[in-house]
Design a protein around this ligand. Structure first.
Ligand code: BMA
Length: 835
């Protein structure tokens, strides 16, 4: 048994030039052209436009490789393509070995008879995905979103590569995953399926499939290594094509999602022996846990909650989209940074949205290691499909390939058929009403995929669509059953308070757009473009009505921003406030609602969007807010008539003694009233701890300069101070806070201590020529108090000295966002009085 990677030494030739470009797999046409200096940065200004022309042509990828004699002497040699994007003809040494039509699939071919010892030539002719979808769409129009090239549902290629309401129309093509050549003799393992039975110990049950080649007698050896490196082995002799092996793990170390425990992983090595000799080996890592989704009738409707190791937990996280339109630019390092950022914001779940691609192996390994439960959509979204024979066959293979690839991951929590298609049939006016397409929907998502899962992964819960109430077009938007995508705040222009009207069982999508930071905007604009309505800014705003929506919500909440950068800042604050409003509400209703996944975590290019982290990894205000609103113990306040309620939500595993100190203050720091309360909040519950009758005593005018400050002290430790305004921020009389910052350096961090003269809200720290994830940001500060923020050196993008940090640090608050008294103040940010 031997495997060689055929990823190096490729050339890519494009029609208009006879010249070939040297490249390596993973490779894509646009990435190769870019690296070769043949096209400008496709993300800059309106360079996106060149992509459709590029994708309208065919390309040739070629490599030449040698094979050792020993490999050719084996019984079988397989050439495997882990990902070809998408339409191709594959030729080896002049013989056509296969064609491909699905980027989500793995293709494997027996090639022993075609190989030579010296030189072998492998060619992949990639055909234009655009020609294909346009042609098909002419013959049979299928419904798809209008922000993508029409006809995209005909092809099994990541939908959003053709454009989306946050993505460019850039249907790049290439060899996006490894090409390998593997040889086998006697026999090989072709399937390992692990299930677990949990009692005091865990029984691991392995179903091992093998293919006989020339061997006549086979044994399997299973070695299980625990997280501490201790191993046990089980051997089964004289096995047939399918064998079953069982092993017991005593004192099992259970895998838990982030926030609930550790993520120990066990390594399982399966070796196939023929006549006593090891002939093939497969290694998998898994975690010991049970995950089920409870979807049961109760007093409110039908629940939707994740139960891990018997513990029902409130799911907290966001929706994940592809990380880059040019797929070869994805990397483990980038994904690792993103996943760690999720963990930092206290996520325990991430939803892989169905309009993109099935992520790389390392994505799931990182989720295993960091404790994020993966909600895995199959790659279908917002469209209708033609389930003809060819399409059905390729989809079946795609499902089987991906289920087998991912089912052993500890993090895999749910399979979901598609994104929003069931609700589209019921509620989207523009969805075609063709009954044949509807029948295809039922066949695929309510029959074929569940049947495949019964065979290949019956243990993981299947949900036919998101949102859904359980399938069969039975009120997919019902707020009391199953999961919901709630878009009335944002798409429906409803106020943030609208969230409180619903008690969804699980809110798997809701979102609010913002612009990425000025530093990110600068990467794709010229100075003259920096107006949100400019041609270029609108090119990087894919949701037609979105700028109007941002402006509408701005008019409802804030004073008009004084300049472009302030507009960006305002948009991020609106976004953060909106999502916080929703999440706090769902979490206050823990028990009835059991999950919140906001739309969306990340971006695939620099763009105005619903993301909390932009394409360059910069945290928007929302991501800092997420760290707070997803904190295990959450303090929140809400108004009810003239009352102000104080709530504590405890999603930790221990009861807490929560003390809340509250102060009614004026913007200049006068304390009008104060009080404190202590409340024992049980684990995994949400409680209203107090109702303060404050508002009846305040006149409308007083409300404009009075606010509530609450500090949460948990088991004696101060954890968080929050503030609450009684009027919209635009009507609050903020005065010049004259924020002062004192910066100190320690061996591993810079510490910034901030004080202000009057109440400062949404204080933002930034560096002009560097990036940092600060320990906190966009926080509030009362006069007479100080806040200490850490800039850990490891969180700076580039190294810097204390002096350069002082020079580059800019600080602003909501007061600086708008002009005051016609002062004509134009500077984008105030430079703090850095001492
Ligand atoms: C959701 C998603 C995406 C879309 C987003 C914003 O419903 O499923 O299709 O990008 O809305 O409109």
């Amino acid at each position: 048994m031997d495997t060689i990677k055929l990823n190096s030494n490729w050339t890519m030739t494009h029609e208009r030039s006879s010249q070939s470009i040297k490249t390596e797999v993973p490779s894509s046409v646009m990435n190769d052209l870019l690296n070769n200096g043949d096209i400008p940065d496709p993300f800059y200004r309106d360079n996106e436009d060149q992509a459709l022309e590029i994708a309208a042509r065919d390309y040739l990828y070629e490599t030449v490789f040698k094979v050792e004699e020993a490999m050719l002497k084996e019984d079988s040699v397989r050439l495997t393509f882990e990902g070809i994007d998408t339409l191709s003809e594959i030729t080896l040494n002049g013989s056509l070995i296969g064609t491909t039509d699905n980027m989500h699939r793995t293709y494997s071919f027996e090639v022993k008879d075609l190989l030579n010892q010296d030189e072998n030539k492998l060619s992949i002719r990639l055909k234009s995905p655009l020609d294909y979808i346009y042609e098909k769409q002419k013959k049979l129009p299928l419904f798809g979103v209008s922000d993508a090239e029409s006809g995209y549902p005909h092809l099994r290629k990541g939908h959003s590569m053709f454009g989306w309401d946050w993505g460019p129309r850039m249907p790049d093509l290439g060899i996006w995953r490894s090409v390998t050549l593997s040889s086998y003799s006697k026999g090989r393992i072709d399937d390992v399926y692990i299930t677990q039975e949990h009692n005091d110990s865990v029984k691991l049950k392995l179903r091992i499939g093998m293919e006989k080649l020339s061997g006549s007698q086979f044994d399997v050896l299973v070695k299980i290594t625990d997280p501490a490196g201790e191993s046990q082995s089980v051997k089964k002799e004289d096995v047939e094509a399918i064998s079953h092996v069982e092993a017991f793990i005593h004192s099992p170390q259970l895998w838990w999602p982030n926030g609930y425990g550790e993520q120990p992983l066990y390594t399982i090595e399966v070796t196939l022996l023929s006549e006593g000799q090891a002939v093939h080996q497969e290694t998998l890592k898994t975690g010991l846990r049970t995950i089920r989704v409870r979807h049961e009738e109760d007093q409110w409707g039908k629940s939707f909650e994740f139960e891990v190791n018997g513990l029902s937990l409130f799911a907290m996280g966001a929706n994940y989209i592809p990380e880059d339109n040019l797929l070869p630019r994805n990397s483990r390092d980038k994904t690792e940074r993103l996943i760690k950022n999720c963990v930092e914001a206290n996520y325990n779940m991430i939803r892989v949205w169905g309009g993109g691609i099935y992520p790389e192996k390392y994505f799931y390994e990182l989720c295993d290691e960091h404790g994020l439960i993966v909600w895995q959509d199959f790659m279908f979204a917002c469209s209708s499909y033609d389930l003809n024979e060819q399409f059905r066959d390729t989809v079946v293979q795609e499902v089987v390939d991906n289920v087998k690839r991912l089912r052993h991951h500890a993090s895999l929590g749910i399979w979901c058929g598609n994104n929003e298609i069931e609700e589209a049939w019921e509620h989207w006016g523009d969805m075609s009403k063709d009954p044949i397409r509807k029948a295809d929907y039922i066949k695929l998502f309510e029959y074929i995929i569940p049947e495949l899962l019964k065979e290949h992964d019956p243990e993981t819960f299947y949900w036919s669509s998101s949102p859904s109430s359980g399938g069969g077009f039975d009120e997919p938007r019902n707020p009391d059953r199953g999961d919901v995508h709630y878009w009335e705040v944002w798409h429906g222009l409803k106020p943030f308070t609208e969230y409180e009207k619903y008690h969804f069982r699980f809110c798997s999508e809701f979102g609010f757009q913002s612009f990425p930071s000025l530093k990110t905007v600068k990467t794709f604009t010229e100075p003259d473009d920096r107006n949100i309505f400019s041609y270029i800014m609108e090119k990087h705003q894919k949701n037609g009505a979105a700028n109007g929506k941002i402006l509408y919500y701005l008019s409802e909440n804030f004073l008009y921003p004084k300049d472009f950068d302030s507009m960006i800042y305002a948009s991020q604050l609106l976004q953060a406030e909106a999502i916080k409003y929703g999440v706090e509400h769902w979490r206050r209703n823990r028990g009835r609602c059991m999950g919140s996944l906001y739309w969306q975590l990340n971006d695939c290019w620099p763009v105005a969007s619903w993301s909390s982290i932009d394409y360059y990894g910069r945290w928007k205000a929302l991501h800092y807010f997420a760290k707070n609103f997803y904190a295990p113990v959450l303090l929140s306040v809400r108004e009810e008539g003239n009352d102000v309620e104080i709530h504590v939500t405890n999603d930790s595993l221990k009861a807490v003694r929560a003390e809340v100190e509250w102060k009614l203050k004026t913007h200049t720091g006068n304390e009008l009233r104060s009080g404190s309360l202590t409340h024992e909040v049980q684990q995994l519950t949400a409680e209203k701890c107090a109702t303060l009758t404050l508002l009846g005593q305040l006149t409308e005018q007083q409300k404009q300069h009075t606010y509530l400050e609450c500090t949460l002290i948990v088991n004696g430790v101060e954890v968080k101070t929050i503030t609450h305004l009684f009027v919209k921020p635009k009507h609050f009389q903020f005065t010049e806070p004259a924020i002062k910052a004192a910066v100190n350096e320690t061996s591993d961090a810079f510490e910034i201590e901030l004080t202000s003269q009057s109440f400062a809200k949404f204080i933002e720290l930034d560096l002009s020529d560097n990036d940092c994830v600060f320990s906190d940001n966009y926080f509030d500060l009362s006069p007479g108090k100080s806040v200490r923020v850490k800039a850990e050196k490891s969180r700076l993008r580039k190294e810097m000295t204390l002096d350069s940090l002082k020079e580059q640090l800019s600080i602003r608050s909501i007061y600086d966002m708008s002009e005051h008294g016609g002062s004509g103040q134009k500077s984008a940010k105030i430079q703090a009085g850095v001492r």
